[in-house]
Design a protein around this ligand. Structure first.
Ligand SMILES: Cc1cc2nc3c(=O)[nH]c(=O)nc-3n(C[C@H](O)[C@H](O)[C@H](O)COP(=O)(O)O)c2cc1C
Length: 182
């Protein structure tokens, strides 16, 4: 079995399930900034059931996999769109699973950055998300703040980031991760 601890490992969590998601593209663009010795994995949230306290004693396989993946990570980066002036239900559901049950709070104490892209703006959703991250006791990487508004102008139709300014911000964020992990 693959030893996830043999190299530094960052896990990406995407708040959108859309195939050509801008936020998945933002995570992939972040991955491109990373040096070779850092492993990067985007968690799969697509098969997660809705959280229920009644399922906590017999965790579904997809939840266990997510918890183990996050537990194995040295750091986490979350990217989410703004839906109706908050972050998405897909992400909230994943955070609820990650906050409870066996492998208690795998995000607690973990260096974590949040960023986002949306059609118009992502400031409010990011503020909501930061509040919840405080509740989960993550070690927030607060700078640079990456909020990609007007996303349609900054990504191509396949969700690849094409904006030089955002790429430069991602490089700075990568430097912050390296400072924290070294
Ligand atoms: C239910 C819903 C609500 C949305 N609300 C907002 C919003 O409040 N602000 C905004 O900028 N875009 C909003 N959008 C547009 C999203 O930003 C856009 O669909 C974006 O591409 C989603 O991110 P993704 O490409 O990673 O899937 C909304 C989209 C949906 C489906």
């Amino acid at each position: 079995m693959e030893d996830l601890k043999s190299e530094l490992h960052i896990v990406g969590i995407c708040g959108s399930l859309r195939k050509n998601s801008f936020n998945r593209g933002l995570l992939r663009a972040f991955e491109q900034q990373l040096p070779d010795h850092i492993k990067f994995t985007i968690a799969d949230l697509s098969e997660l059931p809705f959280f229920s306290e009644e399922r906590e004693n017999n965790l579904p396989e997809t939840v266990l996999k997510l918890k183990e993946l996050v537990e194995s990570a040295d750091a986490v980066i979350v990217s989410t769109p703004e839906y109706n002036l908050s972050y998405t239900a897909v992400l909230k559901n994943a955070l609820e699973w990650l906050s409870r049950g066996s492998l208690q709070r795998p995000l607690a104490g973990k260096p974590t950055a949040v960023m986002g892209a949306a059609s118009i703006q992502v400031g409010v959703s990011q503020s909501h998300l930061r509040d919840v991250m405080h509740a989960l006791n993550v070690k927030l990487i607060n700078r640079p703040i990456i909020q990609v508004g007007n996303a349609r102008e900054k990504f191509d139709e396949k969700g690849n980031l094409i904006d030089r300014g955002v790429k430069e911000q991602l490089e700075k964020l990568k430097d912050e991760f390296m400072n924290v992990l070294n």
